[in-house]
Design a protein around this ligand. Sequence first.
Ligand SMILES: Cc1cc2nc3c(=O)[nH]c(=O)nc-3n(C[C@H](O)[C@H](O)[C@H](O)COP(=O)(O)O)c2cc1C
Length: 333
Amino acid sequence: MNKRGRKTDQFGVDLRTKLGPLELDNPVMTAAGTSGHGAELAAFFDLSELGAVVVKSVSAFPWPGNPGPRLTPIPGGMLNSVGLAGPGMEGWLKEYLPGLRRRRIKTIVSIWGRTVEEYARASELLATELDGIVALEVNVSCPNLKAKSEIFSHSVEATRAVIEAVQPVGIPIFAKLSPNTHLVAEVAEAALDAGASGVTLINTVLGMSIDPLTAELELGGGGGGLSGRAIRPIALRAVYELKKRIPEIVIIGVGGISTGRDALAMILAGASAIQVGTATFSDPKAPMRILGELSELCERLGIARLSDVVGYAPKGMKITPAVETLSDMKAED
Ligand SMILES: Cc1cc2nc3c(=O)[nH]c(=O)nc-3n(C[C@H](O)[C@H](O)[C@H](O)COP(=O)(O)O)c2cc1C
């Protein structure tokens, strides 16, 4: 505790994060689908020290996912077509939730569906076992079977319908949005109107890979989602523009974050919290490392309370570090 009785990290920085009704000790989370179904990363560090752990999206039913190959490397990132493989909500509650609870991990459960009813069903099943679960993340970046497979979050109405349908779950809800539409702000507004506490931005960027020697699609699922460092500018801009358009919105920023500096840039763009995804594949401790780097960076820049600087960039506000700090830090680049 510091002098004012606030919870602080080892550098004396207040990292507490408020996401609507959800309060977390710090703003760093794992990103859905990149750290397993449950507490798999506990082999590498204490997951209860993260702000929260977001588990791989779970559906109401077991789902095999796409045929292989499911991953292909791309300069600066990777393409995946995992296809949301998973044990289904009943299986997940039995197999994975106990390990998360035992370790006192603040867990955010991500759900997906192919219809509004499937999202509703997944959230109903989850609602039977909420102990240890701090929020629901609704992955609305999936194809809607009843609308010619248009992605839910490319449609204002479909997003509204899904968020309304999962409302009875009774915990804070975050809508995880696709960046592959010009309607991000309208969709975000619909999610908030329907009762979401905020949005998670961005899911992967649509892409594909073709072998030029055989004309074969390189992913078993055909198309895929691009993630990793290559998409960081896309994520940063999406967060910045949304925060500029809706200043009061709560955003969880995700996309290509692999250092504390990336995390701070995302927070300055408008994110109240951040998620670490693809960086975890090359460094399983990445979320914890990034948390340490972020707090050290804040300390060096004289940021006593991280929540104060959320959205500085779209507000046109600046940090004014001491000249010697700035030159030292530029020399480290
Ligand atoms: C292998 C893989 C699986 C993913 N699975 C999910 C998922 O189940 N649900 C979801 O909402 N996002 C999923 N994502 C998207 C990530 O959560 C994240 O939004 C995206 O990868 C951008 O962040 P990053 O560049 O830090 O990875 C997945 C990403 C990858 C690479």
